[in-house]
Design a protein around this ligand. Structure first.
Ligand code: CP
Length: 498
C-alpha cells in the first residue's frame, strides 16, 4: 500500500517507480473516461466521500480538474474558490480553517495557498491526505504529474530527450516541481531560457548539478526552440513580484512566436501549464490550433492524473505497486562529540587572555564570525564580560580562527544546539578553576527548531512571523554547513542564519 493515505505536497517525495506507476494508472483512467467505462472510475460511489477544495488563490484548471476528478470518482466536494465570503476575511488563521474541514470529517483536502510551505504545514497538521494545488512560488506537484503524463504521451518516453523550460523560472512553481521530477529520469537534458532576473534559483541549479542533470542556459528562445523535443513555456508571475519593473523588463522576451515553430524538431511539443497572460503572452495566440501546440491536451490530462492521485491515496484503486518506495532520509541526530580534555600549561604569549576562573571558551569559530555568536548568546544584552576576535592559532600559526570567551557563563542545552546550528565545527570549552573541565566538538544538528533567532529567510514562507500563521520555523540539515527550511525548502548557509 505504497500510496494509501499519502500526501502529495512535494514532488521530491516520489521515486521514479512511483511516478511511472501513477502515470500507468492515469493512462488507464484516461481511456476509461473516454470510453465512459463508469465502473472503472466511479470508485467512490458507495463510499460517502467528501473532498474539500480550499483555494486561497485564483485558479481555473487545478480547481476544476480536481473537482471533476472527484465527481467522476463519485465523491462530493466542498470548500471555497477565493477567500471572499469566508472567515479568512475575518482574520482566521490557516490552522483554524484547516481544523474545520477535519472536524467535518472530510476525506481529503486540496489546497492552493499564497504562502510557500503551507501545503506541508497542512499535511503535518491534518490526519487526512493533503494535495498541494500550488503553495506560493514553492511547488505545484500535481501539475508536474500531468506534465510528465503529457510528455510521455507525446514522445512515447520519459527519458533521453531535450526539455526546454522558458519564462519565469524564479517565481514559477510549475518549473520548480518539474525540474525536480525530471531529474529522476535517465537522459533528460535540460535547456533553460529566461530573463536574467527570473533565472532558476541557485538552490535548484545546485540540486540539478548534484543529480548530474545536464543543464544548458540559452541566450535566446529562438535558438533553444531548435534544440529541444519539448518546450515548456511559463507565464511571468507578475503577482509574486515585489517590484513590477521586474515584470516590465521580462514580459516580452519569452514570447514563443509562430515563426519559431518552423525550425523546431518534427517531434516537437509546445507545453504550457496555463493560463497565458493575454496582456503579455508567452505564446502567440495564433499558435493555439497548431498540431505541435499540446497545451490544451496537457490541461485535459489534469483530470485522469488527479483522479488517480485521489483514488490511490484514498485506497479506492487496488495498489499493485511493487517498485521502489520513497523513504524519507533519516539523518543522524548526533551533533555533539565529547572530546578528551588535555590539561595544558597556560600560555602567556596568546593574543586573548584566557578565562582565569569560570566561563566558556568557544573556539575554532569560522574566522570573523565570532560576532554571530555574540549576538546569538545575547552576550551584550546580558552584560556578560567577554572577549572575541579572530586570532592566529597558537598550535598552527598559519591558521586563523574566531574565538569567543565569556566569563562566568554557563550554556543551556538549547544554547549549545543554537551554537552548533550557526557555527558547526566549533569547539565549546567549559572552564572551571581556570582549566577546561569539559570540551565539546559540535556539528550541524539534523533539525533546528525553537531557537527564536533562527528563522527562514524566505519572506514568503509560512513560518515568517509577519504572516501571523504561528508556524514554528524548522530548519533541517542539508549539508555540512547548509540548512534547508523544512516547509519551503529555502537553503541558507548556517553562518548566515542571523
Ligand atoms: N496550471 C494551473 O495551475 O492553472 P490554474 O492557475 O488555472 O489552476
Amino acid at each position: 500500500m505504497a500510496f494509501y493515505r499519502r500526501d502529495l505536497t512535494d514532488i521530491h517525495c516520489f521515486t521514479t517507480d512511483e511516478f511511472v506507476y501513477m502515470l500507468d494508472q492515469a493512462a488507464d483512467m484516461k481511456q476509461a473516461i473516454a470510453r465512459k467505462e463508469i465502473a472503472s472510475y466511479r470508485l467512490a460511489a458507495q463510499r460517502d466521500m467528501i473532498v474539500a477544495l480550499l483555494f486561497y488563490e485564483n485558479s481555473t484548471r487545478t480547481r476544476t480538474s480536481f473537482e471533476i476528478a472527484a465527481m467522476r470518482l463519485g465523491m462530493r466536494t466542498t470548500g471555497f474558490a477565493g477567500t471572499e465570503g469566508t472567515s479568512v476575511k475575518k482574520g482566521e488563521s490557516l490552522r483554524h480553517t484547516l481544523d474545520m474541514y477535519e472536524a467535518y470529517a472530510c476525506d481529503a483536502l486540496i489546497m492552493r495557498h499564497p504562502l510557500d510551505g503551507s501545503a506541508r504545514f497542512a499535511a503535518d497538521h491534518l490526519g487526512i491526505p493533503v494535495f498541494n494545488a500550488g503553495d506560493g512560488k514553492h511547488e505545484h506537484p500535481t501539475q508536474t504529474i500531468l506534465d510528465l503524463f503529457t510528455i510521455r504521451e507525446h514522445l512515447g518516453r520519459l527519458g533521453d530527450f531535450d526539455m526546454g523550460i522558458a519564462g519565469d523560472l524564479k517565481y514559477g512553481r510549475t518549473a520548480h516541481s518539474l525540474v525536480i521530477a525530471l531529474s529522476k529520469f535517465q537522459g533528460v537534458r535540460l535547456h533553460l531560457f529566461s530573463h536574467k532576473d527570473l533565472a532558476l534559483p541557485d538552490s535548484l541549479l545546485d540540486f540539478l548539478r548534484k543529480a548530474n542533470v545536464p543543464v544548458t542556459v540559452h541566450e535566446s528562445l529562438d535558438e533553444m526552440a531548435t534544440q529541444v523535443d519539448i518546450l515548456y513555456s511559463t507565464r511571468i508571475q507578475k503577482e509574486r513580484m515585489p517590484d513590477l519593473s521586474e515584470f516590465e523588463r521580462a514580459k516580452s522576451m519569452s514570447e514563443f512566436t509562430h515563426k519559431m515553430l518552423d525550425s523546431t524538431r518534427p517531434c516537437f511539443g509546445l507545453m504550457h501549464p496555463l493560463p497565458i497572460d493575454k496582456t503579455a503572452p508567452s505564446i502567440s495566440p495564433s499558435i493555439d490550433g497548431h498540431p505541435k501546440a499540446i497545451y490544451k491536451i496537457q490541461a485535459g490530462n489534469g483530470v485522469p492524473t488527479r483522479l488517480t492521485e485521489l483514488a490511490l491515496s484514498l485506497g479506492l484503486l487496488e495498489d499493485g505497486f511493487t517498485g521502489e518506495v520513497y523513504e524519507p532520509e533519516h539523518q543522524n541526530e548526533q551533533f555533539i562529540e565529547e572530546l578528551e580534555v588535555v590539561v595544558k600549561p597556560q600560555r602567556i604569549d596568546v593574543s586573548i587572555r584566557p578565562i582565569r576562573d569560570c566561563g566558556v571558551v568557544i573556539d575554532h569559530i569560522q574566522p570573523y564570525q565570532e560576532e554571530i555568536l555574540v549576538r546569538l548568546l545575547q552576550v551584550r544584552e546580558r552584560r556578560d564580560i567577554y572577549r572575541a576576535g579572530t586570532v592566529k592559532s597558537v598550535a598552527r600559526p598559519s591558521e586563523i580562527k574566531g574565538i569567543l570567551m565569556i566569563e562566568n557563563r554557563e550554556l543551556s542545552d538549547q544554547e549549545i544546539r543554537a551554537i552548533a546550528a550557526v557555527s558547526p565545527g566549533c569547539r565549546i570549552n567549559f572552564i572551571e578553576g581556570g582549566h577546561a573541565a569539559r570540551k565539546l566538538a559540535v556539528s550541524l544538528p539534523a533539525r533546528i527548531t525553537g531557537i527564536p533567532q533562527i528563522f527562514c529567510p524566505n519572506k514568503g514562507c509560512i513560518t515568517r512571523v509577519e504572516h501571523q500563521e504561528y508556524v514554528a520555523p524548522i530548519m533541517v540539515r542539508a549539508g555540512h554547513d547548509l540548512l534547508r527550511c523544512y516547509y519551503c525548502d529555502q537553503l541558507v548557509a548556517s553562518a548566515h542564519m542571523l
